[in-house]
Design a protein around this ligand. Sequence first.
Ligand SMILES: NC(=O)c1ccc[n+]([C@@H]2O[C@H](COP(=O)([O-])OP(=O)(O)OC[C@H]3O[C@@H](n4cnc5c(N)ncnc54)[C@H](O)[C@@H]3O)[C@@H](O)[C@H]2O)c1
Length: 267
Amino acid sequence: MDRLKGKVALITGAARGLGRQIAQRFTEEGARVIINDLDLDRAEAAAQPLQGLAVAGDVSSSADVEAMFRIVGDYTDRLDILVNNAGIGGTDDEQAAERRRENAEAIARGEVVHNDSTMEMTDEAWDRMLGVHLRGTFLCTRAALKIMTRDEGGSIINMGSIMGTYGKPGGTAYCAAKAGILGFSRALAHEMATRKIRVNSIAPGFIDTDMTAPLVEMKPWIETQTPLATFGEPDDIAWAAVYLASDEAKFMTGQVISPNGGWYMSQ
Ligand SMILES: NC(=O)c1ccc[n+]([C@@H]2O[C@H](COP(=O)([O-])OP(=O)(O)OC[C@H]3O[C@@H](n4cnc5c(N)ncnc54)[C@H](O)[C@@H]3O)[C@@H](O)[C@H]2O)c1
């Protein structure tokens, strides 16, 4: 309790999933939370029980982020923590689900399976993936730094993934976006060190949320590949975020914490 007492935290994409759980734990630890998501009603539904502020906006849009930070600026003159969490999986459309089913059947028959998703990817799908994750992280960080640098200190936490260092077939855009976030975080950590603003990433493994729900057919296989033999739960990420946001992590910057059940061991 009270590990974040008196701090103000903005968490993007926090109407559900990992962001929602991070907001919950931050509140319990004494922070005031600002919850962003695409849709105001969903953001408000998450913010209300936490007595937080809801701000709607697409993090990949400059105009939305500007508008969002105007509201944040009216609400608070300080920002101690930013969690760039908003993200999309690119796994939830029917075409991707159909491909996964066909591939699973072909693998079971012992056939070689080609993955043509990069050949078939549209410009729009590539731009959207990079836009939400990488551009969104940049836009929110740039705006947040203008508030954070008024005081000495702060913590920025960027949501990476094990896919930022592991190459998943069918995931070139997602992996590129998450790898970009890790690089962005390291450079920014160096840049902000003189201002005592720490910048770190979390690289989750497979966690049970709406984003991973479409992976239902692959789940048993993923669990057999995981030394701890299970998907993680949102709290496995939320507690890592509490640590990085708190003063307990005062010597941590430019680092990646990867709660992943041992699925991937070389972050
Ligand atoms: N769940 C996992 O296994 C897992 C693993 C590694 C990394 N991650 C990353 O963690 C983050 C959260 O994932 P999750 O599992 O909670 O996903 P989720 O789909 O449950 O929640 C993501 C939230 O982000 C919001 N969002 C999407 N695009 C947005 C945008 N442009 N602007 C603002 N909000 C937007 C969605 O509306 C949603 O509420 C993502 O960055 C994801 O890539 C998740």
